[in-house]
Design a protein around this ligand. Structure first.
Ligand code: ADP
Ligand code: 5GP
Length: 203
């Protein structure tokens, strides 16, 4: 029987480095799948439809909800974001690991459907550094930066309830290695290897 893929959810405050870490993980692990989210947010400079996000109008997004096409969706910083369901289900059925970079509301909804998933929270070294990173990214308006920062402290306080792992993003390469270690260890869990156990020990 095909072993099911691992559902890996990555969250963290805006500017913590989720996008940077996920990009590097995908470069280093070509077999890892990535769930491209749908959003009503406008593309930032350099963002490409179908690569970073599926950029949809509000009407198109609502149609996806109505057709049950989203695994979860949430309003984040004034825009809608959601995970298209089909790709996630197909990847898992094919035995392929898939990465979702979604907010805490979305992660809570996914966790109800996939309690066996791996839930990772990315933490910046400090709130000051978080602010520096958001400003340094140069993609958000002053209003958007304030909104993101004011959510960050409250959100980080709730991480312990909802996530299995906390990864500090002090250095990108170290943070990526930490996530890789988590994924590797998760794959050796006995509950994910009962077939192997049976094959060796017999019925
Ligand atoms: P998120 O996806 O969590 O909102 P990004 O990946 O866009 O965050 O990172 C925000 C900014 O911080 C980017 O400019 C990125 O290059 C930078 N950054 C990410 N990780 C680090 C790090 N470990 N050290 C310094 N800068 C970082
Ligand atoms: P950004 O606008 O910076 O790309 O993303 C803003 C927030 O939306 C981030 O916290 C990101 O994790 C979250 N997000 C991105 N895609 C999804 C999604 O499909 N579902 C949910 N719930 N949140 C998402």
């Amino acid at each position: 029987m095909q072993k099911e893929g691992l559902l890996i959810v990555v969250s963290g405050p805006s500017g913590a480095g989720k996008g940077t870490i996920c990009k590097r993980l995908l470069e280093k692990n070509p077999n890892l799948g990535y769930s491209i989210s749908a959003t009503t947010r406008a593309p930032r400079t350099g963002e490409v439809n179908g690569v970073n996000y599926w950029f949809l109008s509000k009407e198109e997004f609502q149609k996806m909800i109505a057709e049950d096409g989203l695994l979860e969706w949430a309003e984040v910083y004034g825009n809608y974001y959601g995970t298209p369901a089909q790709k996630v289900r197909d990847s898992l059925a094919e035995g392929k690991n898939i990465l979702l970079e979604i907010d805490t509301q979305g992660a809570a909804l996914v966790r109800k459907k996939f309690p066996e998933g791996v839930y990772i929270y990315i933490l910046p070294p400090s709130l000051e550094e978080l602010k520096r990173r958001i400003i340094g990214r140069g993609t958000d308006s002053a209003e958007s930066i304030e909104r993101r920062l004011s959510c960050a402290r409250e959100e980080m306080g709730c991480a312990s309830e909802q996530y299995n792992y906390l990864v500090l993003n002090d250095e990108v390469e170290l943070a990526v290695e930490r996530v890789e270690t988590i994924i590797e260890a998760e794959q050796y869990q006995i509950k994910r290897n009962l077939n192997l156990l049976q094959a060796v020990c017999g019925e």
